[in-house]
Design a protein around this ligand. Structure first.
Ligand code: C2E
Ligand code: CA
Ligand code: CA
Length: 652
């Protein structure tokens, strides 16, 4: 019973590994405090005896021996239990000196209790036990010496000045043991408290570490995120300034990544991003940084160079890195990336601006065909500013009805009859005059304004079909261009249906022209929408045919009625007619085999038309017949054309 109670009170917890370092630090610190106190005691012991007693040798020599021994021990044992035990003994030997100096005066025994209390500063029981044992031993031995009147250095040995005896030794011993137990318990509590404190401190530290990792890293790839990138960039800027060096910000955006996500699912997309992250990490140097700042957007910082020309091989290496086949979840994928580059401090000294410039340059790389890099330039910047102006101006222009559709006739080669027209957008700007769509369509696409504009174009096309019908012309088809971005408009189908119904037109007279990019991006969604549009009876024309690479397989999958041969093939037709244009011939033949209407665009010369006619191309469009013209002019042309032809379409 007593044993278990004692065990409960005096069972000292051993220091767990996580707290070891803190405890060792504390022990070393306490060793130093103790040594300081020892030195102070030495000074006091010396001072007291030299002033009032002739026992100064005890104070100076005895205290000195203890002090020097402990200092020597500190060099070998600091922070260890040996050191603590030695300090415990040393502290008590000072009691011995004080008591002996004062010839056993009882007040001097209080030093024992103060010393024991001080030793509790060590969060360890050993020095206290060592000290208590020293005291009890001292009392016993000196009591014995006193009893036999033995003197030391000419001074009688005295431990109790009022007489000695075992009863007094015992009484003192009991007090010392009691004090030791009380202090021992306090020390036990201190140790437990310190360990607990360490435990929670460690937990907080661990949590902090985890938090700072997750807040600084992208959870999918483990790469630094935008926040961490910016923090690191601040250091890199400081470094570049100090050493007069440059660094490059590379903005990477994977090409057609959305297709992979849409068609194979996010799991595959995520795995691919992880592989990309690993690959990128593996090829950059230790000083460089790869971060992921968005879906499929990565930033690479190429650090510490003097001349920009060293960059090109590295960037080319990154581009080619993407060219191998990627295997993700048993899918074999092809991938490429577009890279924009901005240089510190050449392009800008502001981090935000550098990132923006690299982004702009990346867009240029995309616009120029993807799978390439582009450096930021001042011209590019000016262009971007101009584009921002245009983008802002477009809303006003729309309200003030500055947009207009022009019509370029489509002609039946055999008969010369206008069978329809392509509606082409024009911007009749109040101050800048006529702006061609090449200058603003892509901006409208980027800003999303094309959605609003596109709706209007479709409605306007339906309205002119109505007006043509009302003017008495039958079977005149009008096509309008629909860009990729418009397929993100969830209501594209609804808008077309609405335009057809409101104007009560024959849907087969309306057709939409789509380019390859429409078919490539958002593949599945687009296919669905196209099928629904086709279901209305509206025609679908594949624009700029022959320029891309998806040709045949896509043609089969998509509900297409006609092919428009790109102008570049028509340009190949030479006046001398000796050269056969194999590709052009193949496209015409292919269109016919697939039972599609084939129309050639950009026909500027009579011989081009003749060539096309001979190869069996039925329709054409181009400056040779007419440029795109305003509605009024188109009606006049239509009238003239019909007047010159018989009702059966034969020339008269
Ligand atoms: P596109 O759809 O390929 O249109 C044909 C372009 O070739 C038109 O340029 C037309 O004026 C031009 N063209 C026609 N015949 C000839 C010729 O014989 N010689 C030469 N050199 N050029 C010829 P435009 O009107 O400047 O339009 C450029 C592009 O802008 C269009 O290319 C189309 O991609 C886009 N675009 C035009 N209007 C619209 C629109 O309403 N909506 C959308 N989304 N895009 C449009
Ligand atoms: Ca077109
Ligand atoms: Ca075209």
């Amino acid at each position: 019973m007593i044993r278990t109670t004692l065990a409960h009170f005096f069972q000292f917890q051993s220091v767990p590994a996580f707290a070891e370092k803190n405890f060792t630090d504390h022990f070393i610190y306490a060793d130093k405090v103790m040594l300081t106190l020892i030195v102070i005691q030495w000074i006091i012991a010396t001072a007291i005896t030299s002033i009032s007693y002739d026992t100064y040798l005890y104070g100076f020599v005895g205290g000195g021996l203890i002090t020097l021994t402990l200092f020597a021990a500190y060099r070998v044992f600091k922070g260890t239990r040996t050191m603590r035990a030695l300090v415990g003994v040393g502290m008590m030997l000072f009691s011995l000196i004080y008591i002996q100096q004062h010839l056993g005066r009882i007040e001097m025994h209080f030093h024992v209790f103060i010393a024991l209390a001080i030793l509790s500063l060590y969060k360890d029981i050993l020095p206290i036990i060592a000290a208590a044992a020293t005291t009890i031993l001292h009392h016993g031995v000196f009591n014995f010496l006193q009893l036999h009147d033995i003197s030391l250095f000419g001074v009688p040995v005295m431990v109790f000045n009022y007489g000695c005896g075992m009863d007094i030794v015992l009484l003192h011993g009991i007090f010392v043991v009691a004090e030791t137990m009380v202090i021992g318990f306090i020390v036990k509590l201190q140790i437990e408290y310190a360990i607990e404190l360490n435990r929670s401190e460690n937990q907080v530290l661990g949590l902090n570490e985890e938090l700072s990792f997750t807040s600084l890293h992208d959870s999918l790839t483990g790469l630094p995120n935008r926040h961490s990138l910016y923090t690191q960039l601040n250091l890199i800027v400081a470094n570049a300034n100090r050493n007069d060096r440059k660094f490059a910000v590379l903005f990477l955006d994977l090409d057609h990544f959305k297709n992979i996500n849409d068609t194979l699912g996010h799991n595959v997309g995520d795995e691919l991003l992880k592989s990309v992250a690993q690959k990128l990490k593996s090829i950059i140097r230790e000083n460089d940084i790869v971060a992921r700042i968005g879906g499929d957007e990565f930033i690479i910082i190429l650090n510490d160079f003097n001349e920009v020309r060293v960059l090109e091989p590295i960037i080319t290496k990154i581009l080619t890195l993407f060219h191998h086949e990627w295997t993700v979840k048993s899918h074999f994928l092809r991938l490429s990336t577009s890279i924009g580059v901005a240089i510190y401090p050449d392009d800008s000294k502001e981090i935000d601006e550098l990132m923006k410039y690299a982004d702009i340059a990346m867009y240029k790389a995309k616009a120029e065909g993807r799978d390439q890099f582009s450096f930021f330039t001042a011209t590019l910047n000016a262009k971007v500013h101009e584009e921002v102006d245009i983008a802002n101006d477009m809303h006003r222009a729309f309200e003030e009805e500055e947009f207009e559709l022009y019509y370029q006739p489509k002609v039946h080669i055999e008969s010369g009859k206008i069978i329809g027209a392509e509606a082409l957008l024009r911007w009749n700007h109040c101050t800048k005059g006529m702006i061609s769509p090449d200058q603003f369509i892509h901006i409208a696409e980027n800003t999303g304004f094309i959605l609003k504009l596109g709706t209007w174009i479709i409605e306007e096309t339906a309205r002119i079909i109505r007006r043509i019908k009302d003017a008495g012309y039958a079977d005149i088809h009008i096509s309008c261009n629909v860009s990729t971005r418009q397929f993100q408009n969830l209501n594209l189908y609804g808008e077309i249906k609405n335009a057809v119904q409101t104007n009560q037109i024959d849907p087969t007279l309306l057709s939409i022209e789509i380019t390859e990019s429409v078919m490539m991006d958002y593949l599945e969604v687009t296919l669905e929408v196209l099928k629904k549009i086709k279901g209305l009876g509206v025609h679908i024309c594949r624009d700029d045919f022959g320029t891309g690479y998806s040709s045949l397989s896509y043609l089969r999958r998509f509900p297409i009625d006609s092919l428009k041969i790109d102008k570049s093939f028509v340009d190949d037709i030479s006046c001398c007619q000796k050269n056969e244009t194999i590709l052009l011939n193949t496209i015409i033949a292919m269109g016919k085999t697939l039972n599609l209407n084939v129309i050639a665009e950009g026909v500027e010369q009579g011989y081009q038309m003749e060539y096309l006619k001979e190869r069996g191309c039925e329709f054409y469009q181009g400056y040779y017949f007419s440029k795109p013209i305003p509605e009024k002019a188109f009606f006049e042309l239509l009238k003239k054309n019909h007047a010159s032809l018989g009702t059966d379409g034969e020339l008269i």
